[in-house]
Design a binder for this molecule. Structure first.
Ligand code: G3I
Length: 387
């Protein structure tokens, strides 16, 4: 009996040793080498795309994008000011190219965004009467959503309609159409593009007050008998403040409404934030000061590791709730192209993404790949579930 127990202990110890050595980062990235493969049974892995990606100006960028991501969101080129620069004159050239490219690459498109108070064409910003706004609203949604029906997987139908306290944000749409504009946008999109997933997208909606506002909007849409398929939590966070509890509460509360939860614009800034509270409002700006740009010469290991730990904690949470999460999209491929180098202060050097300026994977990338390796070893499969 004793001998048998000793033998079992030895076998167990040997197995443990083998598993531990397999856990090394090199072996993990060898077995599961791409993000989209590692997470293929969990959720889509997206990235934002811009003109340089669509024009394929950098072959290495193309290579990394195609290898690691299976979904794209146009970072800018489907915004109203680009698609309809003048009243009734649409310019679909770049958007069409992106759609064709994504199809060739077998990537799903989350189109972004139909109705947003920001990046509106000048002719809309200058409108004074409600009828003109209503006309633009209907014409823009109908024309654009019809053109891309059956070509895009999903639409951010309404983007950023809320204030931080959960009330409606002041905008030309609220002003001229009232709060109903949100329901109306979903109704019009659904009518012309019945197969496309329809989402509400916003930043900071993991925060309790703003989350309550988003829940109110979702319920209004549902009560009107209009379809809403998902909610996008943008996920523009800072390495010193990733609100894990609020994020988990939000996943649960949004999912309880019967909608998919998406993380749609994930990036983690490592730089000091000049404002009192977190925001991703593009109109918020601060002056450049050297002390606000501490890592222009490179990122210290301590911050690099903190960033990697932040990403790991987030992806562990996403995996825990993978049955409720449809997609996790990074807001860009490499640090070089992130909007956070120029916002809210212009000309800084930020490090918010998974690939560095040479397009090499960062420790954050290794750590979120290694999570999957842990899972595959404990469950004997590459795509098991974490609890
Ligand atoms: O393309 C012009 C260029 O011709 C011009 O010379 C240059 C001068 O500033 O501007 C260029 O346009 C910039 C554009 O990005 C393309 O790079 C705009 O100034 C700049 O404001 C714009 O910023 C984008 C911002 O939305 C506003 O549209 C960011 O790239 C983009 O990351 C950001 O994305 C938003 C999401 O749509 C919604 N959620 C928040 C998120 C971050 O603000």
């Amino acid at each position: 009996m004793k001998e048998k127990a000793a033998l079992l202990t030895m076998v167990f110890a040997a197995l443990l040793l083998t598993n531990c050595s397999n856990l090394s980062k090199t072996s993990a990235t060898k077995q599961l080498s791409t993000l989209k493969d590692a997470y293929k049974d969990d959720f889509l892995i997206g990235t934002a795309v811009n003109v340089n990606q669509i024009k394929e100006t950098n072959p290495r960028l193309t290579e990394v994008e195609v290898a690691h991501f299976n979904a794209v969101t146009p970072e800018n080129i489907m915004k109203a000011e680009i698609l309809q620069p003048e009243k009734g004159r649409y310019d679909f050239e770049l958007a069409d190219q992106m759609v064709d490219q994504a199809k060739r690459r077998n990537m799903l498109i989350n189109a972004h965004a139909l109705i947003w108070h920001s990046q509106l064409p000048g002719f809309v910003r200058r409108m004074k009467d409600a009828d003109s706004v209503r006309h633009f609203f209907k014409d823009h949604i109908t024309t654009v959503a019809t053109r891309y029906k059956d070509k895009v997987y999903s639409w951010d139908v309404v983007n950023e309609a809320l204030n931080e306290d959960g009330t409606m944000r002041k905008s030309i749409f609220l002003d001229k159409m009232g709060e109903e504009f949100v329901v109306e946008a979903f109704r019009l999109t659904q009518a012309v593009s019945p197969e496309t997933k329809l989402y509400y997208n916003d930043y900071n909606i993991e925060q309790p007050k703003k989350r309550a506002g988003a829940i109110r909007l979702i319920k209004q849409i549902q009560a009107a008998g209009v379809r809403i398929d998902g909610v996008g939590i943008q996920g523009h966070w800072n390495v010193n403040n990733i609100p894990m509890k609020d994020i988990e509460d939000s996943i649960l509360e949004f999912a309880a409404l019967g909608v998919d939860v998406m993380f749609t614009e994930l990036d983690i800034s490592v730089l000091p934030h000049p404002f009192q509270s977190a925001t991703a409002d593009i109109s918020a700006r601060a002056e450049y000061q050297a002390k606000m740009n501490p890592y222009a010469g490179g990122l210290p290991d301590s911050v690099q590791n903190k960033l990697a730990d932040g990403y790991e904690a987030l992806f562990r949470l996403f995996l825990k709730h993978k049955d409720k999460i449809g997609r996790v999209t990074l807001w860009g491929v490499s640090d070089a192209d992130s909007w956070l180098n120029n916002w809210p202060v212009r000309g800084r050097t930020n490090y918010p993404l998974l690939f560095d300026r040479e397009l090499k994977p960062k420790p954050a990338f290794d750590q979120i790949m290694n999570i999957k390796q842990d899972v595959s070893l404990t469950q004997g499969t590459n795509h098991g579930q974490l609890n």
